[in-house]
Design a protein around this ligand. Structure first.
Ligand code: ADP
Ligand code: MG
Length: 231
């Protein structure tokens, strides 16, 4: 399978008083389509920083990031925005749904930005919401949905562009055990069905059994798991 996400020797430094804080320190990672990898490690070890760099939201101090074969470092800001819009699905702990929009409309916002024909986008949105178990609540607004249902809308929305990569940061932190397992099981299924490469940060070691591999971060380094060229 094609490499969907390629990180090579990524270092990310933040100014820190007189000195610098190295949030990422030479991280290399390859994910292929259909692969689901969990990312674990103590608080402050750099997990969210790694997702932000992989999402091309933050430029690394050194090293390279390629998504769907496109080298993010060689793109303009507009090019990176287009790459995110077309190739990267982002799922954070809080779904960040727009309060006034229905479930279907949440998915149509990005399609509108991509200038997709509305009829096609509506059909695709309804299909995706059906796939994540929300066929009966297409026209409900966020306050009418449960926490688990809101996270499912979030997942369906992230899949709207048919991305190559899904980046997921602690998707179950606000959910109970049963709901958490359902969400990760769903992420496993859509990773397989849509052939997306999924990288999920979690602190819940009970959930990693649904994934193909576990990468462990410590002090900005990947200490175990899936390094570039390891497979
Ligand atoms: P994790 O997600 O594993 O808890 P983070 O990636 O959020 O870790 O943070 C890694 C390190 O980088 C921490 O020391 C954190 O304080 C620091 N850090 C994260 N974001 C910023 C930022 N925007 N500015 C400065 N330091 C940051
Ligand atoms: Mg974090």
């Amino acid at each position: 399978m094609e490499t969907a996400l390629h990180l090579s020797q990524v270092t990310l430094e933040y100014p820190d008083g007189e000195g610098i804080l190295r949030a990422l320190d030479g991280v290399s990672l390859d994910l292929r389509r259909g692969e689901f990898v969990s990312l674990v490690g103590p608080s402050g070890s750099g997990k969210s920083s790694l997702l932000a760099v992989a999402a091309t939201l933050v430029r690394p101090t050194a090293g390279s990031v390629a998504v769907a074969g496109q080298d993010a470092g060689s793109l303009t800001e507009a090019g990176r925005t287009a790459l995110r819009r077309d190739s990267i699905g982002i799922i954070f702990q809080q779904p960040n749904l727009l309060p006034s929009l229905t479930a279907v409309e949440q998915l149509l916002v990005a399609a509108h930005l991509r200038a997709e024909p509305l009829g096609d986008a509506r059909r695709k949105a309804a299909g995706l919401l059906g796939r994540v178990g929300l066929a009966s609540v297409l026209d409900k607004r966020p306050h009418q949905l449960s926490g688990g249902q809101r996270q499912r809308v979030n997942i369906a929305r992230a899949l709207m562009a048919s991305p190559a990569v899904l980046l997921v940061d602690e998707p179950t932190a606000a959910l109970d055990r049963g709901r958490s397992e359902e969400i990760v099981r769903l992420l496993r299924e859509v990773t397989d069905e849509f052939g997306v490469a999924t990288l999920m940060v979690t602190h819940d070691t009970g959930l990693v059994s649904f994934t193909d591999a576990v990468a462990t971060m410590r002090d900005g380094r990947l200490t175990a798991g899936v390094h570039a060229d390891a497979r």
